[in-house]
Ligand binder design. Structure first.
Ligand code: ARG
Length: 426
């Protein structure tokens, strides 16, 4: 047989294997140009051996490439650990904003979640933290993905967001006589109800707790600068969650809310827009991660009016976006622990990686931005076996066309996706 024929057969075999969507986990050898060591930022040559869900070996030894294994040639690709996003909202149709959103049933929102989960995985995000969803629809989505019913990233979910009455996590769109909040258990106004809400969320399947420590941009009639929940309430939430081994994510734009949440011992501050030097130092001292969504502002201010985002929200965003970016730069220069969190769901799921460019433009090295979405997220999530291409780790691996250290935007164009040893995109 000629070399050419051999190549042709190899090509057809690869093609046949890859035609089947989400192939069953089995044995693979990935043969890329190189892979990125996210600890050092160096490209490494090596073929990656995968069995079931795990990376079992990495070797340059040609003899090891025995014919019985599925050899996946990834010529021209650089492999990177599967990306992670610490702040997404997969449930719901993200085109529905403001008053349009109240007509969406939970069932329809969940069906959109199926589509959003697939788009997120196809974009190279193999693990996400879903921070806030009604009716525990996020629990159902996570479980459907874990059972292999649908394709999506590994999800860590919070269930309904804990909020004060009239807070960022309450529904403030309707007048008093029409207000029918169905998430009554998670709208709480004292420490004991807050503890109970944590217990209810855990009972119905949440992995972590999300609460709103200040007002927000997208909610009606809340002030991003105003603290929501007292320190006592925040301490109750964090203590109760931690006693069950659950992490706590606090939405906080304003300084007072950020300071109280750090003091209460939360694991991450989401947004952190008006953080200052003192609070950054406190976060560093306490080991609190900052999850700063610095791309979304451009989307809100660029597309928001067209997409039905309330004028009130646009007005708030004009005051939040720029200072958040400046504080992102400050926090990073001071050595704060930073994770990649985007708030995808305001914009289209699958566009998450757009934020990498912004992180680099606002002071991170490309390696720091990649670490924020790999080893740092793994640490925040309490997951020991993800975030690196390393023997013993889960086979969550993506492929891009160029070295992302040289060109961070290449992460917006992911060519190959493997999650837990299964191929989802090639
Ligand atoms: N979910 C957040 C809120 O409504 C989005 C904030 C978006 N703006 C920003 N600059 N990160 O408050």
């Amino acid at each position: 047989m000629t070399m050419k024929n051999l190549y042709l057969i190899k090509y057809i075999l690869c093609f046949l294997v890859l035609l089947i969507p989400s192939i069953k986990a089995s044995e693979y050898v990935l043969v890329p140009d190189s892979y990125l060591d996210v600890q050092t930022g160096k490209l490494v040559k090596g073929n990656i051996y995968i069995k079931d869900k795990k990376i079992i070996a990495i070797s340059n030894e040609k003899k090891l490439l025995d014919k019985k294994k599925n050899i996946i040639y990834l010529d021209g690709l650089v492999l990177v650990p599967g990306l992670m996003d610490a702040h997404v909202h997969l449930i719901g149709n993200n085109e529905l904003n403001g008053y349009q959103s109240i007509g969406e049933s939970s069932q329809m929102a969940t069906i959109y979640g199926v589509k959003n989960a697939r788009n997120t995985l196809q974009a190279g995000f193999t693990t996400v933290r879903n921070v806030g969803a009604g009716h525990f629809a996020d629990v159902a989505l996570r479980d459907a993905i874990n059972k292999g019913v649908i394709d999506g990233p590994t999800m860590l979910v919070s269930g309904p967001t804990l909020s004060i009455t009239g807070g960022h996590g309450d529904n403030n769109l309707l007048p008093f006589h029409n207000h029918g909040s169905s998430e009554k258990h998670s709208i709480v106004d004292n420490p004991w109800d807050a503890r109970k809400a944590v217990r209810v969320n855990r009972k119905y399947g949440a992995n972590l707790i999300k609460f709103t420590a200040t007002g927000g941009v997208m909610s009606k009639n809340t002030d991003p600068n105003a603290r929501q929940f007292t320190l006592d309430e925040m301490i109750a939430i964090a203590d109760e969650a931690h006693s069950h081994g659950m992490k706590v994510a606090a939405h906080a734009h304003g300084l007072k809310g950020i300071q109280a949440a750090i003091k209460a011992g939360v694991d991450s501050i989401e947004h952190a827009s008006f953080i200052n030097k003192g609070a950054i130092s406190e976060a560093i001292k306490n080991g609190t991660y900052l999850s700063m969504d610095i791309y979304v502002s451009d989307y809100i201010l660029g597309e928001g009016a067209k997409k039905g985002i309330l004028e009130e929200s646009l007005e708030k965003e004009r005051k939040v976006g720029k200072i958040q970016r400046e504080n992102f730069k400050l926090a990073n220069s001071m050595g704060a622990k930073m994770v990649f969190g985007t708030d995808a769901g305001i914009y289209d799921h699958g566009d998450n990686a757009r934020q990498f460019k912004y992180m680099v433009n606002w002071g991170m090295t490309p390696l720091q931005a990649i670490q924020a979405a790999t080893i740092n997220t793994a640490d925040l999530f309490g997951q020991k076996n993800i975030g690196e291409i390393k023997v013993g780790y889960d086979a969550d691996i993506i492929g891009v066309k160029t070295n992302p250290i040289k060109n961070i935007a290449t992460l917006e164009n992911v060519i190959f996706v493997m999650k837990e040893g299964k191929i989802y995109k090639k």
